[in-house]
Design a protein around this ligand. Structure first.
Ligand code: ZN
Length: 228
């Protein structure tokens, strides 16, 4: 079994989505301090974190798109371990819309069909080009509504992208989120290392969310698994 890690490192003040809370990771108690606890004969260090449920590599729960959508604690786990393919969209310029024709050409070039009830990971090259600079938060290419519909019509449960949002920043991204709710799919954001999957054929995608009650999303440890 070969595993490719597709997850961003989480660390203190790693970029979070504009307007959302920062990602905080700090020391709550050091090994030395823990000796003040009665009965401790060996020091144990504890850290703490605070972050939005859309921090780092994460899946959007349908609840994020509207109150009729499923919250993350009720999102089907069957959708979190699914067959997947990765397509190369690195030629699409920053901030541009990815269209159905772009997707169709990239899937043909990948040479593997889109798996039913699976996922399609969109390698735009955005993370590799911009992270962790300021343009990481703004300059991504992304699907438009027609491309979102094109993906849903192929029977996927979600798609993933190596940027903070599935569509280009602004109105298109907002409409893509609404389309996901209407179409019964969702998406995974802030993936990285998708370049390692290009030309590799089908894999098993795993990205299990935390069980936040009524949550609108969750960080995931996203991986691609190749069975040997
Ligand atoms: Zn989203």
């Amino acid at each position: 079994m070969r595993i490719v890690d597709l997850s961003r490192d989480l660390y203190h003040r790693t970029p979070s989505y504009p307007g959302q809370p920062p990602i905080i990771h700090g020391i709550w108690k050091t090994h030395e301090e823990s000796f003040v606890d009665s009965g401790n004969v060996h020091g144990n260090m504890v850290m703490f974190f605070s972050m939005p449920d859309h921090g780092g590599t994460h899946i959007d729960a349908p609840r994020h798109f509207g109150m009729s959508g499923t919250p993350i604690d009720q999102y089907p786990l069957e959708n979190c371990i699914v067959p997947g393919i990765c397509i190369d969209l690195r030629h699409i310029p920053p901030k541009a819309e990815i269209t159905p024709a772009d997707l169709d050409a990239a899937v043909k070039k990948a040479g593997v069909p889109i798996p039913k009830k699976g996922t399609v990971l969109l390698c735009t090259g955005h993370h590799a080009r911009t992270f962790p600079g300021p343009s990481y938060s703004t300059d991504n290419s992304g699907v438009n509504v027609a491309a979102t519909e094109w993906l849903a019509q192929r029977g996927i449960v979600h798609f993933g992208i190596d940027s903070m949002r599935p569509g280009p920043e602004g109105k298109v991204n907002s409409l893509v989120h609404k389309a996901c709710l209407d179409l019964g799919i969702t998406h995974i954001e802030s993936l990285c290392n998708l370049e390692a999957l290009i030309g590799q054929g089908e894999f098993r995608f795993i990205g299990l969310p935390l069980k936040w009650r009524e949550g609108t999303g969750s960080p995931i440890r996203a991986v691609a698994v190749f069975d040997l």
